[in-house]
Design a protein around this ligand. Structure first.
Ligand code: GUN
Ligand code: ZN
Length: 426
């Protein structure tokens, strides 16, 4: 048993569905008791300490003890090409992404980037990531090997592409099925790891490949499936050309058994009313990637509208299309995107999206993303006075959220005082 002291912040309900004050659990002098990698108690510091007088204590002072951040859509192989400028989606993929991804058949390169990637995410307080690997099985092994070594709850899958991709980044319908199946059997459920079936997006998969991956998902209904949906207008027009028989982009996935609960749809910006209704009915998760959407020039996700119709939504960096590894920076971008749509988000809603909301989108809401007994002890400790600009603003705060919001808008990895993975400080 080990006790952490600080301001504790977590959610008991979804602040998009109930008033913020009722969704929240906050202790200004709080404690989290941890044993064997799990949270065993959360509450006022005095109570928790009195109940466990022998337990060692780490005092984080005024810092905020939060569930670790959950990044629901990333491309770890794009770590080294983050912030590559001047292109829209298709050109950006061809110019920067594919040449870098081609290097991941080399296990040493893949292992080096995987280690670097988890160094960067943990330094940002992110304790769970859901990654696309490359087409190479080696890239999946590198990611999971590194995550397992660090004790992380992590998710990923082999990216499958057999059309409209360079030859050295193309698999086939059969090899995509075989490799994905073998990797799924090897990694899914090993320690804290989960395999995710991963067709990159409709334009880079043949009908045969989409059908093969739909079958694989049917054979393993408990795993998640991730892909990209309706990110840019040019991409959507291309999908209409490639799949004229489909009603729309959502219908392409639907036709191949790739739309149901457990589907993680990255971006989901430009959707028709029919597509929205079908996504909602199917119970798919929509993953908002705001720094990517502004960086690549994709568009403005309709957070409030989609939430109001009952969609399941997570938040993500989409590195390296996204421009930051930090979920703080990502919350700020989500705020800005919502402002541009004229529908502001409350800071509590942003924090929920980066923790319990993303966990819910990943169907892991009963294990991570919340400070409560029984939950896995993945935590981010956030310094709310990490720079002079933030400190002077937070000093004027009269409420918790006035104190937290400057760190959301101006904070980065320097605001992360500590990160805990399964109760262990990393
Ligand atoms: N659509 C298909 N592949 C990608 C990718 O790697 N990044 C982004 N942002 N969109 C995609
Ligand atoms: Zn992506």
């Amino acid at each position: 048993m080990h006790i952490l002291l600080g301001q504790t912040l977590s959610f008991t309900a979804d602040p998009f569905r109930v008033p913020v004050g009722e969704a929240l659990r906050h202790e200004s002098r709080g404690a989290v008791a941890i044993e064997a990698g799990r949270i065993v108690a959360v509450g006022p510091a005095d109570e928790i300490r009195a109940a466990h007088p022998q337990a060692p204590v780490t005092d984080h002072g005024r810092a905020l003890i939060s569930p670790g951040f959950i990044d629901a859509h990333v491309h770890y192989p794009q770590t080294a090409i983050i912030a590559s400028w001047g292109k829209r989606l298709i050109d950006w993929l061809n110019s920067y992404t594919f040449p870098e991804e081609a290097r991941f058949g080399d296990p040493a390169h893949a292992a080096g980037i995987a280690a670097l990637y988890f160094d960067l995410t943990l330094a940002s307080g992110t304790t769970t990531t859901v990654s696309y690997a490359t087409i190479h099985p080696e890239s999946v092994d590198a990611y999971f090997t590194e995550a397992q070594r660090r004790g992380l709850r992590a998710l990923a899958g082999k990216t499958c592409m057999d059309e409209n991709a360079p030859d050295n980044l193309s698999d086939t319908a059969q090899s995509a099925y075989d490799d994905s199946k073998r990797l799924l059997e090897k990694w899914h459920g090993a320690d804290r790891l989960s395999y995710v079936i991963t067709p990159r997006f409709a334009p880079t998969s043949s009908r045969e490949q989409l059908a093969a991956l739909g079958s694989l998902w049917g054979e393993h209904p408990d795993v998640l499936m991730q892909t990209h949906l309706s990110e840019q207008h040019e991409e959507i027009a291309w999908v209409h050309e490639l799949f004229p028989e489909a009603q729309d982009y959502v219908d392409v996935y639907d036709r191949f058994g790739l739309l149901r609960e457990g589907a993680l749809m990255g971006h989901a910006i430009h959707l028709s009313p029919r597509e929205r209704a079908r996504l909602r009915e199917a119970g798919a998760s929509l993953i908002h990637c705001p720094t990517s959407n502004t960086f690549i020039g994709s568009g403005l996700f309709d957070m409030n509208g989609l939430m109001n119709e009952g969609q399941r939504i997570g938040l993500a960096t989409d590195t390296g299309g996204g421009s930051s590894f930090s979920m703080l920076r990502t919350m700020a971008a989500a705020y800005e995107v919502a402002q541009l749509r004229g529908t502001p988000l409350h800071p509590a809603q942003l924090w929920w999206l980066a923790t319990a909301g993303s966990a819910h989108a990943l169907h892991l809401g009963d294990r991570i993303g919340t400070l409560a007994p029984g939950y896995e002890a993945d935590l981010a400790v956030i310094d709310l006075a990490s720079s002079p600009a933030i400190t002077q603003r937070a000093a004027r705060a009269e409420t918790l959220w006035e104190e937290v919001f400057p760190t959301i808008m101006m904070g980065d990895d320097r605001a992360v005082a500590a990160t805990y993975v399964a109760g262990r400080r990393v």
